[in-house]
Design a protein around this ligand. Structure first.
Ligand SMILES: C[S@@+](CC[C@H](N)C(=O)[O-])C[C@H]1O[C@@H](n2cnc3c(N)ncnc32)[C@H](O)[C@@H]1O
Length: 312
């Protein structure tokens, strides 16, 4: 199947990244390569792009789809939480701009065999990196009902987290839960009909997202990335992050705030004693969101939030 992903907020990304000709940029989340292509079209004739993805399929696809840029494109199968190491390995200390468009790609959701979608029967997998150890099957079949409850509540904000966790525990006593369809059915049946009937989303949406976040440790990698990324920017370079989940956006918002105001002195100190200097400015105080016309064309963009900071 062709690798498909509609790049979200493409105009805003290219505008806010401030792409210079001949600059060195990083796309931390290559996916279908749409944002990467736009950067490469603007940082020529000699600019370079390092594009990462933890999914080998995205990397292999880009070898063909972005082949016309091959002299200027460095593709690496890597987690963006290890960006600092990857940049060191390829001999770049600082970038002119870094982009991260977090989450899954449409390709993941469309490929039944990757096990991300409750709408397509497939194995319970959900790994973005197919070589990582933990799968959705492991979580669904070996986490205690308390642990399942916590991830459904915390990552999915699922109102019926407890009922669903208990139902999973009962089912797997009979036999292990193997497919996305079996799990989606268990979740659907655990939610009282009067609630699922009223809901605009599929009853399994929130739990599937929660399991996916846990399988891929998505928040842990985002936090590690945010620790390193500001130091990897040249002066005036920008870090642009697109998120799709309120917890991710909160992590980015809080980290950006902390970077903008790094002083750790108690609020009643008349002068700053910690001597921590501000190194960034916030380009977007409020997150940017896609316009209505984009959401009409690509409904998967509806929960996107984009935040941008600039290194001083
Ligand atoms: C929303 S898609 C990116 C789409 C891309 N911007 C485009 O224009 O097609 C997110 C991609 O990031 C990858 N990804 C998610 N978390 C990652 C991480 N921690 N490290 C590296 N890649 C990651 C996923 O495998 C997926 O391919």
């Amino acid at each position: 199947m062709e690798y498909f992903h509609n790049s979200v907020m493409a105009d805003e990304v290219t505008e806010y990244l401030n792409i210079n000709s001949n600059g060195f940029y990083v796309d931390c989340t290559l996916g279908g390569g749409g944002h990467s292509r736009l950067i490469l079209e603007q940082n020529g004739p000699d600019g370079k792009l390092l594009a990462l993805d933890r999914d080998q399929v995205a990397i292999d696809n880009a070898k063909t789809s972005l082949s016309r840029f091959k002299e200027r494109l460095i593709l690496k199968k890597a987690n963006f939480s290890s960006l600092k190491t990857v940049m060191k390995e390829i001999g770049f200390e600082k970038a002119d701009g870094i982009l991260a468009d977090i989450g899954v790609s449409s390709h993941h959701l469309d490929m039944a065999e990757r096990g991300f979608s409750f709408l397509k029967e497939g194995p319970l997998d959900m790994r973005m990196d197919q070589h990582s150890e933990k799968t959705a099957y492991d979580i669904v079949n070996s986490y205690s009902s308390e642990e399942l409850f916590i991830i459904f509540k915390k990552y999915g904000e699922e109102k019926f987290a407890s009922r669903i966790a208990n139902r999973i525990e009962q089912k797997r006593k009979i036999c292990s839960i193997k497919t996305t369809a079996e799990l989606a059915d268990i979740i659907k049946n655990a939610i009282p009909e009067k609630f699922s009937r009223k809901s605009k989303i599929h009853p399994a949406t929130k739990c599937f997202m929660a399991i996916r976040i846990e399988v891929n440790d998505e928040l842990g990698h985002l936090e590690k990335f945010l620790e390193d990324a500001p130091d990897l920017l040249k002066p005036k370079a920008r870090l642009c992050i697109l998120t799709f989940h309120s917890l991710e956006d909160r992590i980015v918002k809080n980290k950006f705030k902390e970077l903008e105001n790094p002083c750790t002195c108690p609020p009643d100190f008349p002068v700053c004693m910690c001597q921590k200097k501000k190194e960034v400015r916030l380009v977007t105080r409020k997150p940017l969101v896609p316009g209505e016309s984009e959401i009409n064309i690509n409904p998967r963009a509806r929960s996107t939030k984009m935040r941008v900071l600039e290194k001083l």
